[in-house]
Write a protein of this length. Structure first.
Length: 355
């Protein structure tokens, strides 16, 4: 069983960066924690990860700043494409590649963004998530979005020499608490409205001040028992958009969680529903996403082809939050859940290995 107490594995096939050079891609993984390096380097730790296609944790030699994996430090605000975003008291968002296994731990990259500017009657301390338009903020056209809790969405191109934030005020409160994702198909940042009936889309051009709004019509909804309906109504629900770039499909995921009733209160996944979206605004409930896996965490959501990674099962959704790691099989809606504390609740998408 992958969830629960980790089994530490050291493999002679693994190099200090945690993968075999014979592989073309590192499978999706998340950070479990890090082993402190000791008194000589108290600020560093050796990374411990879970690969999505393996059942045991892997204990690496790669060193990372402990503040990135220590939940008490509270310096990370999100992740996208393997880059983690930090925000400290100076009000500067920095993009770092420390948690990316293909990145150097002796010369990690730190990309500071311009100081944040808070719109009137908004706040820039609590972040919903971070999303990026391409795999690296060093790309000339890469656009970084920081979605704050409340009305503010901020966009910036960090590779531009005169980069600055473009701050957008979101008018409709239904988007205030939802995460943003970048759609490669549309070239815009999409945000699902609370409840999932609306999708708002923003960019730096036509839809900067007047977002494109799409209304969804839910189809093929499952018949629920009275007990199931009562359970769903009692849950905390969040909506997430994810795009499969291999199949050109877009999905809306409704994630239902409820606080545990014993011991320390933690949020536990109780149900999950996936809807396939089309251009006409139909959101069709499905229990079959084919050879795909969806990954939801505090990172920007992503989708992978399961058959690309030996050992990975298809038609599943992997979820990760600060106090839970769960796996949902869509075919029968079964859930395997492990309650644990994660200081860096980020799934890292597949990373290409340089040959």
């Amino acid at each position: 069983l992958r969830l629960g107490k980790p089994v530490f594995v050291r493999s002679s096939l693994l190099h200090s960066n945690g993968f075999s050079t014979s592989l073309l891609q590192i499978p999706p993984y998340h950070v479990f924690s890090a082993d402190p390096c000791g008194s000589r380097y108290p600020e560093l730790g050796k990374l411990i990860i879970f690969k999505a296609n393996e059942y045991d944790s892997t204990h690496l030699e790669k060193k990372v700043p402990m503040e990135l994996v220590d939940g008490k430090a509270m310096v990370t605000i999100g992740s996208s494409h393997g880059w983690v975003a930090t925000l400290k008291d100076d009000g500067v968002v920095r993009l770092q590649d420390d948690l990316n296994l293909v990145a150097s731990d002796t010369d990690p990259k730190r990309i500071p963004m311009p100081p944040l500017v808070t719109l009137p009657h908004c706040q820039t301390q609590v972040v919903t998530n971070v999303a990026m338009s391409s795999s690296s903020p060093e790309d000339e056209d890469c656009l970084v979005a920081v979605k704050f809790l409340g009305p503010q969405l901020s966009l910036c191109r960090p590779a531009h020499s005169n980069s600055e934030w473009t701050n957008i005020r979101i008018q409709n409160p239904c988007f205030y608490s939802s995460p943003a994702m970048f759609s490669k198909k549309d070239g815009m940042f999409h945000i699902p409205g609370s409840g999932g009936h609306l999708i708002g889309s923003w960019d730096l051009h036509k839809h900067k001040n007047k977002p494109k709004i799409q209304r969804l019509r839910f189809k093929n909804l499952p018949e629920l028992t009275k007990t199931k309906r009562e359970l769903l109504h009692s849950c905390c629900t969040s909506e997430h958009l994810v795009e499969s770039r291999t199949t050109n499909e877009t999905f809306l995921v409704k994630w239902y969680r409820k606080a545990t009733t014993s011991g320390v209160v933690k949020m536990k996944t109780r149900a999950l529903m996936v809807f396939k979206l089309d251009e006409e605004g139909n959101a069709v409930y499905t229990q079959d996403i084919g050879d795909l896996c969806i990954f939801l965490s505090k990172s920007e959501p992503f989708c992978v082809t399961a058959s690309s990674f030996p050992g990975m099962c298809s038609n599943q959704v992997h979820t990760l939050d600060v106090d839970e790691d769960a796996l949902v099989d869509l075919s029968d809606s079964s859930i395997i859940s492990g309650i644990c504390t994660f200081g860096a609740p980020y799934y890292i998408p597949p990373q290409k290995v340089d040959s």
